[in-house]
Design a protein around this ligand. Structure first.
Ligand code: NAD
Length: 504
């Protein structure tokens, strides 16, 4: 079992010098679990020097919509290492999620969440589970690029990049290799999102071929998540994109026993941030009853990351012994299994009292054995031939009959660009749509060169000049169409870089 993670190009070995860490006590239960965690780290002799930073609810409510002051950024930039308790993002009023801001601003591309069952001390239906979710942390729908385009339609851009896929997928395989893991499972939805999730899948296939000793497997996220919830013991390392990873890592933590137990690492090239996976639990804040284990596990991961594996193992073994001996906080307390229901601070004292002990039944921690280096090569872009072959023009139109719109657009004569089809919410409605298809006020109108044709059942496109697109847009505007956006249609090395409409 391991909770530690190692960053690229960082050799794990013991260091003696105190390492400065930016420490955020957070909101809700944050201060209580951070005090407990730091007390344990100090008692165990961790060589760290906390520098406290202010971020979260109070900063938001003081009028700072980002939730973090410049002083905190300065401390983070100096130390490159963060231990963070959960924070509360006030609802509404346009507050940006600070967690997303930190991950994206600091380039923390990998979110690593190891979850292991601690049966029989922590109740779970899955005593054998030992899963690490490696979640892409910066891209996907979390790019947060959203627009309202018509009265009826809003849009969120899903951005998947080749460098982003290469980094996270290689990280997953390197992690598996460093920790003796046997299998990496990729979860995607590329039967629907052929370009975005298709790229993730394709990069997974390319990189997995470089690690023949590790079993690789790809599953569609819906059935994959269902199987994970039903039989988590069949999974080892899972690598997936941001949204899917967010959802499945919470499922995994919950079915292992409690969201209060798991820690996570957010890793980038220069900065690393460690935190519990749970939130600020305002419902139990200030009562000294929260479980500090999630943050403690995150801190253990941080110590391993900076090379203090001996002290990390000591703390982990004391924590395991505490759980084995039945000292449990309220969230994991079970009559018949637990010996004593303890408060947050009593739990910390119980762990401190067991420093130097090893668990009797649960496997002891051996983070030092997982020492190694993860190398993520710099991304090399390969040059591809890019050719413009058409344009999708999105129009806000309040009419209801696609044939009417199609006939009007088809009659527009513009420099060799010709209407090929119209879709509404991705479904082809012109030419030859079905009258049952529900149409909104958001119409995608595809224009390609008039000499484009179908060959062997496949469309063959011809090059288009951007001047033609500009002229077409101008014409549409002059005859009164409300153009809301355009997407150019490209081929890359002759490969189509856009999806076909459903029914096209
Ligand atoms: P939550 O994780 O805070 O709480 C969910 C449930 O789990 C609650 O019943 C809570 O009491 C319990 N719980 C959580 N941690 C526990 C612990 N250590 N010990 C015992 N019980 C624990 O999720 P939520 O209620 O959806 O979110 C509350 C706030 O936390 C929101 O403002 C949310 O935005 C924020 N949040 C922050 C982070 C973060 O900072 N990384 C992550 C998730 C949610």
């Amino acid at each position: 079992m391991e909770t530690n993670v190692i960053n690229q190009d960082i050799n794990v070995g013991n260091v003696a010098k105190a390492v400065k860490v930016a420490v955020a006590k957070g909101d809700g239960i944050g201060p209580e679990i951070m005090d407990a965690t730091l007390k344990i780290l100090q008692a165990a002799g961790a060589q760290i020097e906390p520098e406290f930073i202010e971020l979260g609810e109070q900063v938001y409510l003081s009028g700072n919509t980002a939730g973090i002051e410049q002083e905190a950024w300065d401390t983070i930039n100096r130390n490159k290492l963060i231990l963070k308790a959960p924070i509360t993002t006030p609802q509404g009023k346009g507050y940006k999620s600070l967690n997303v801001t930190l991950r994206k601003s600091l380039g923390l591309f990998a979110n690593v969440r190891p979850v292991t069952a601690l049966h029989p001390y922590i109740q779970t239906h899955f005593p054998q589970m030992d899963v690490v979710v490696v979640r892409e942390n910066e891209e996907d729908l979390y790019a947060g690029i959203e627009h309202q385009q018509t009265q009826d339609v809003v849009q969120c851009l899903k951005l998947i990049t080749r460098p982003g896929c290469e980094r996270i997928i290689r990280y997953a395989f390197e992690y598996a290799q460093a920790y003796g893991r046997k299998k990496v499972t990729c979860m995607v939805k590329d039967n629907i999102m052929k370009l975005t999730d298709g790229l993730f899948h394709q990069v997974f296939d390319e990189i997995s071929a470089e690690y023949p000793e590790i079993i690789s497997d790809t599953q569609i996220i819906d059935i994959g998540a269902a199987r994970l919830a039903a039989r988590p013991q069949n999974y080892d390392v899972i690598v997936t994109s941001n949204l899917y990873g967010d959802i499945i890592s919470d499922i995994v933590a919950e079915i292992a026993g409690s969201v209060g137990m798991a820690g996570s690492a957010n890793l980038g090239t220069n900065v690393a941030m460690f935190e519990a996976i749970h939130g600020s639990a305002p419902d139990i804040a200030g009562q000294n009853i929260a479980n500090p284990s999630g943050l403690l596990n995150a801190a253990i991961g941080m110590l391993a990351h900076i090379g203090q594996t001996t002290v990390a193992d000591n703390i982990k073994n004391a924590w395991l012994s505490t759980l084995e001996q039945g000292y449990h906080t309220a969230d994991i307390y079970k009559e018949g299994i637990s010996q004593q229901k303890v408060s947050t601070s009593e739990f910390a004292d119980a762990v401190i009292a067991r420093l130097g002990e090893r668990p009797k039944i649960l496997p002891a921690s051996n983070l030092a054995a997982g020492a190694g280096t993860i190398k993520i090569p710099t991304y090399q872009r390969k040059n591809e031939q890019k050719e413009l072959v058409g344009v999708d023009i999105f129009i806000d139109w309040k009419g209801s009959d696609p044939q009417d719109l199609g006939d009007r657009l088809a009659s527009i004569d513009s420099f060799n660009l010709k209407l090929k089809m119209i879709t509404n919410r991705g479904v082809k409605v012109y030419p030859s749509g079905l009258k049952e298809t529900y149409c909104t006020d958001h119409w995608r109108c595809r224009f390609v060169a008039s000499d484009a044709k179908i060959q062997g059942g496949n469309p063959v496109y011809h090059p288009v000049d951007y001047e033609q697109v500009v002229a077409l847009l101008s014409k549409l505007h002059h005859v009164g169409f409300d153009v809301i956006k355009t997407e150019n249609l490209y081929e890359f090395n002759g490969r189509r870089g856009f999806s076909l409409g459903q029914g096209e």
